[in-house]
Design a protein around this ligand. Structure first.
Ligand code: GCW
Length: 662
């Protein structure tokens, strides 16, 4: 079918990237070199692929409609008539064409037969973004896969071949936006928006443009001072506003389809509008004004909280912070501002409730932020497939709105409240590692992220199975086992690290490995309040911080109630004695012991399953993953022992089963 490819209107109608991908895919997977033609000369020469681009729309031109999901649509249809057989690929734009081509290649790789094709695809979410936390010096904040593929020694790499491959990876799963520098914007990166900086950044933008991906930059709110020579960054100061306008004008001169800014302001010591007595709407709107003439967006992060807390202060609750800061500003943001809200109220823990901000700001564009990088979930040394977690978040019913049913998924896709722009963003997990992600199986998270946010209706299991087959081939045993390993990995990781919604029992700063009290007396607002009689944070309205009151009914009552609160979040919402009996029938302390013993065993089970695949998976990848599974199994025992000993000593309650607690 790919031997002959007819492009309606001639090959110049489709982008060079599209031609390249089709040729490379046909070559690699089918061993054929396609012949491109304008029309079919003789019928009866066998099947062919027919390509049609509906409009002249460029990948993502700088106009107001560029994020509409209809633009990314494509269809694949098999047509059989008396005298010919063809597969039709139709797309609405160059970007849609790229997605369609990758879909076709994926299908071939999954063993679909042409006659099976009859699909129409359109993404559910508008903005489908990844955020790189890469620094110009080549390091990556929370990076577990080697060094940056973008930067080295303060400069953008001359050779962008790896970046091009990354663009291909991202486009193949439907990603359409990328911010290329860390949200903590350091000195060199602050200068990316200067004339000299933009020269370089434009090279990167060109690579992503070919694949329909818009480039964003994280900016330093204090840039007017740092690189603009002004003495203030006050968002209401005329000089500052003018400076940002000139800056945006300069950016679009270099990058006509620039996506916009990502902003971390007044967060963890980053500069922001608070320094001038202004609020976040003032700050975001000033930037939005400057980008508006060009269709640019401001993605403003809601990760704003007091990081200088005192553990004795029981009234300040970091979980409340995003809601408390941003809810009062609903309706005050300009149309081209999107608030980027982390999935949970704290910070990408193994288990958190869903952020109560979703659904509460009906007059504000919202983007949900996930973390593909496994900062708190094993750092790509332990297996933790996160798609089931994200899926759970997207399926969460906030009960917002008149009808009382409003899933997070419908909120961030804009389908309910009619937001102008919305979508999903996530912190990337790649680096210059040969396999991109450190742990070879951590690739499933990047792949799964793209697939899930394109179509949140897909199941985590389907995505896992698809990835396993695309990665390891058609051996059913391998596909089945890898899928099973992925699907059980998040519960396993949770069981030996984070019981009942408690987070943060990790080594401070590094966030790898157990340290129960590591953060307990620090300033970060991340406490579990374990003492000799009990554990957990009282976030109820009745006796605690009142956080549960930030949810709509009936979630608010569910979390408020000690009886009804789901076990997996119990200690997030309540402080209870160790003898408190869970819905499962176990006491809290026994649950801690049991899950840590069984979790360590299950981690060892993962190692055994993987070992059993030796000889069926290529040796290099098998070895790379086997080393990680061995580390995970050992490290899970360490977690088990540290956590169990700590709580045994604190509570004085022995294990019912008399197992040895080291
Ligand atoms: O999770 C925390 C990380 C920081 C990160 C911050 C954020 C980029 O530990 O490394 O900073 O979140 O999201 O801004």
């Amino acid at each position: 079918m790919l031997e002959r490819i007819v492009v309606e209107g001639g090959i110049s109608r489709i982008s060079p990237a599209a031609v390249r991908e089709l040729s490379a895919g046909a070559n690699a997977m089918l061993g054929v070199t396609p012949e491109f033609m304008d029309q079919i000369s003789t019928s009866g020469d066998g099947p062919y692929l027919w390509i049609r681009l509906h409009s002249d729309e460029k990948c993502r031109g700088a106009d107001r409609r560029r994020w509409e999901t209809g633009r990314d649509a494509y269809s694949l249809k098999y047509v059989l008539s008396a005298n010919e057989e063809r597969l039709e690929l139709t797309a609405a734009s160059e970007a849609g064409m790229i997605y369609g081509i990758f879909h076709l290649l994926r299908g071939i790789s999954l063993g679909f037969r042409p006659a099976q094709w009859a699909i129409e695809e359109q993404p559910v979410n508008q903005l489908r973004m990844v955020n790189q936390w890469d620094n110009a010096d080549g390091s990556i904040e929370r990076g577990y896969s080697g060094r940056s593929i973008f930067y080295k020694d303060g400069e953008i790499l001359k050779d962008l071949e790896r970046v091009r491959d990354y663009a291909r990876l991202l486009a193949s799963v439907g990603i359409n936006a990328i911010s290329i520098n860390n949200v903590n914007v350091h000195e060199v990166e602050t200068g990316f928006i200067t004339e000299a900086g933009l020269h370089e950044v434009a090279r990167v933008a060109a690579v992503f443009r070919d694949y329909g991906i818009a480039l964003f930059l994280s900016i330093n709110f204090a840039a007017p001072i740092a690189v603009g020579g002004l003495d203030t960054a006050d968002p209401l100061d005329e000089g500052v506003r003018e400076w940002w306008k000139e800056t945006s004008e300069r950016i679009y001169r270099h990058i006509p389809d620039f996506g916009g800014f990502v902003v971390k302001a007044d967060s963890e010591h980053r500069p922001g509008p608070f320094a001038y007595g202004r609020d976040h709407a003032d700050g975001a709107n000033m930037l939005a004004d400057s980008l508006e003439p060009y269709g640019g967006l401001v993605v403003w992060r809601c990760f704003v909280y007091n990081c200088m807390q005192d553990w004795r202060d029981r009234s300040t609750d970091r979980a409340r912070a995003a809601y408390d800061h941003f809810k009062p500003l609903d309706g005050k943001f300009k149309d081209n501002v999107l608030l980027q809200i982390k999935n949970g109220p704290m910070d990408f823990q193994v288990r958190e409730p869903v952020s109560p901000l979703f659904g509460t700001m009906s007059a504000t564009n919202q983007v949900i932020e996930f973390q593909i990088a496994q900062e708190y979930t094993g750092q790509q040394r332990h297996l933790c497939y996160l798609v089931p977690q994200w899926k759970q978040v997207l399926d969460f019913d906030t009960h917002a709105g008149e009808e009382g049913k409003e899933l997070v998924n419908r909120i961030v896709s804009g389908s309910l409240s009619g937001m102008k722009y919305s979508g999903v963003a996530a912190v990337s997990n790649i680096g210059d590692d040969e396999c991109w992600t450190g742990h070879p199986l951590a690739q499933a998270n990047l792949y799964g992220y793209g697939r899930l946010i394109w179509n949140p209706g897909l199941s985590a299991g389907e995505i896992a199975r698809e990835w396993a087959q695309l990665t390891f081939g058609s051996d059913r045993e391998v596909i089945g086992k890898v899928t099973e390993m992925l699907m059980t990995s998040w519960p396993i990781y949770e069981s030996y690290t984070a019981p009942l919604g408690v987070g943060w029992m990790v080594v401070p700063h590094y966030h790898y490995g157990p340290d129960v009290d590591g953060y307990e007396y620090s300033r970060w607002g991340t406490y579990h309040f374990a003492d000799r009689s009990g554990i957990g944070v009282d976030r109820t309205m009745a006796t605690g911080t009142g956080y549960s009151g930030q949810y709509f009914s009936p979630n608010r009552e569910l979390y408020e109630s000690l009886e009804d609160c789901p076990d997996e979040l119990l200690l997030f919402f309540h402080h209870v004695p160790y003898g408190h009996v869970l819905h499962s029938g176990k006491t809290v302390i026994q649950h801690i012991y049991d899950t840590h013993f069984s979790g360590a065993e299950s981690a060892n089970g993962l190692r055994e399953i993987w070992d059993s695949l030796q000889g069926r998976v290529d040796a290099v990848r098998h070895k790379a993953a086997a080393d990680r599974f061995a580390e995970q199994a050992e490290h899970a025992k360490h977690w088990r022992d540290v956590i169990n000993t700590y709580f045994y000593r604190k509570s004085g309650v022995p294990d019912e089963h008399g197992r040895t607690i080291h």
